[in-house]
Design a protein around this ligand. Structure first.
Ligand code: AMP
Length: 478
């Protein structure tokens, strides 16, 4: 997370390997599979048993890890990270892993998540004389670990995590160890795989597949695993708290070919689509996904309703996710750049358009306009998750509350704004039915039940003028 309040949100991917020849190259390879978790910057730290070395840059994995760079990553321990943050904090000093040398030696840290008490800890440590050089909350971990009097890095990390609150799947590389720990609520995913005679940890199992590793299990909430090249040791460093796995990982964020929280993302997404079909019948000619994030849910919807599935909306893969553009204007433009219709399929048809989620409504409003312009007779929107009414403080990038269209508008109002013929969202019960494990999930973005309290200064958003979002007065607006 960025400690600048404007930029508090971040989504990331982490991978770590221990005791494996070519660990640096393998981490860089695995980061390709995690690229969807962050496209702003990437980095890999390596150790040959003596020296820790980090290469991190702004940009995409394929552009950063060129052959000469990969060749420079010699070592048999590695830690890789991809980062995505919202506006402003796109600085290389915030790229991870963050490597420092403290009294115990060199350490590189990377994490996925969002610490809810980072501001307080930072202020406390600054008052005490600490100097922070980034606006990333990973640095809070760095300082806590460096200040600890504990004998080993493992113990220092075990001590540090007692002070932080919120969501984190953290990995650290030392000279001769890879240490990974998940927060006691288990907000963000992190799993262990088997690779050759050793182990790998990663945010998602798709990072294992790319290098030929096999999924073993998740790191448990509050568990620390230490990979020293000879094997894996585990210890429970915190008592598990209320299970709070992020349901948005299944809705949107993770790849469908991953096992996340011990479950197939594909299977849950398909079920979301099928349940949505059951909950929101409409007479139509075909089902179409907003590619790619909604493909699986749309398939589930089509299979459950018996409607044909058509590839009527085509995505340009060479532009980034629309959400990533910081300024609204750029976001609007990129929707046009990103999607186009297959006109002869749309012409005169009643279309069910499936999207995984509606956040601000920007993407959908544009898409409906484009689809109608392609000659569709009716556009029925079906959203494979409930209305997003609350911001996330645990690491998924959702905008402040007054920018969430469903925070202050009824489904009917949103439908009018989106210029659709009908709109229905998956119910929260339907979503939880799809997971099959209601009690294990955090759904705060849909119901406002935040499992871990957060500092007031990161929640200071007021539902202001709803007209701001709806662009009232400009029905044909952007
Ligand atoms: P919006 O245009 O603001 O309504 O954004 C909704 C679109 O953004 C959907 O098509 C989602 O696939 C995608 N989306 C949802 N959540 C996120 C997120 N946290 N980060 C990036 N994209 C997202």
């Amino acid at each position: 997370m960025g400690l600048d309040q404007q930029h508090w949100s971040e989504e990331c991917g982490v991978v770590g390997l221990a005791g494996i020849n070519g660990a640096g190259e393998l981490a860089a390879l695995a980061l390709h599979a995690l690229q969807h978790r962050g496209q702003e910057s990437a980095g890999v730290s390596v150790s040959d048993g003596h020296t820790v070395h980090t290469h991190r840059e702004m940009g995409l994995v394929a552009d950063i890890f060129t052959e000469p760079v990969v060749k420079s990553l010699g070592g048999n321990f590695s830690l890789g990270h991809v980062r995505y943050s919202t506006t402003g904090s796109s600085l290389v000093e915030n790229a991870q892993p963050l490597q420092v040398t403290c009294h115990r030696g060199a350490i590189a840290l990377a994490h996925n998540g969002n610490l809810v008490n980072a501001h307080t800890l930072k202020r406390e440590m600054e008052t005490d004389g600490s100097i922070f050089t980034t606006s990333s909350d990973t640095e809070v971990f760095v300082h806590l670990v460096a200040r600890s009097k504990a004998d080993s890095f493992e113990d220092a990390i075990a001590e540090a995590v007692q002070r932080v609150e919120g969501a984190y799947s953290l990995a650290a590389l030392t000279r001769d160890k890879l240490i990974a720990v998940r927060d006691p609520n288990g907000f963000r995913p992190m799993c262990i795989g088997r690779f050759q005679d050793s182990y790998i940890v990663a945010s998602e199992s798709c990072a294992f597949d790319i290098i030929g590793a096999t999924y073993l299990r998740d790191i448990a909430p509050g568990e620390m695993v230490v990979l020293d090249g000879d094997g894996l040791t585990s210890r429970q460093v915190m008592q598990p708290a209320k299970p709070s796995q992020c349901v948005f990982e299944h809705i949107y964020f993770s790849r469908p070919d991953s096992t996340v929280f011990g479950q197939s993302v594909d299977a849950i997404r398909r079920k979301c689509g099928a349940i949505l079909g059951r909950e929101s019948h409409v007479d139509a000619d075909f089902v179409c996904a907003v590619p790619d994030s909604s493909n699986t849910a749309a398939l589930g919807y089509a299979q459950a309703t018996g409607l044909p599935f058509e590839l009527a909306l085509i995505r340009n893969h060479y532009v980034g996710r629309t959400f990533i553009s910081p300024a609204q204007k750029v976001r609007d433009m990129s929707v046009r750049i990103k999607f186009n219709t297959v006109q002869n399929i749309m012409q005169g048809k009643r279309v069910v358009l499936i999207d995984d989620s509606v956040v601000r409504g920007t993407t959908m409003r544009k898409l409906v306009k484009v689809i109608k312009a392609a000659g569709a007779k009716e556009v029925h929107l079906r959203i494979a998750s409930p209305p997003v009414t609350h911001p996330c403080y645990y690491g998924i990038d959702t905008p402040v509350r007054n920018e969430l269209i469903a925070s202050s508008h009824t489904v009917e109002e949103i439908c009018t704004y989106l210029r659709a013929d009908s709109l229905q969202y998956l119910s929260l019960d339907g979503l939880m039915e799809a997971t099959g494990e209601r009690e294990k999930y955090c759904a705060a973005c849909f119901d406002g039940n935040y499992p871990v309290p957060f500092e007031l200064d990161i929640s200071q958003e007021i539902v202001e003028s709803s007209n701001e979002i709806l662009g009232v007065g400009s029905p044909d607006g952007p």
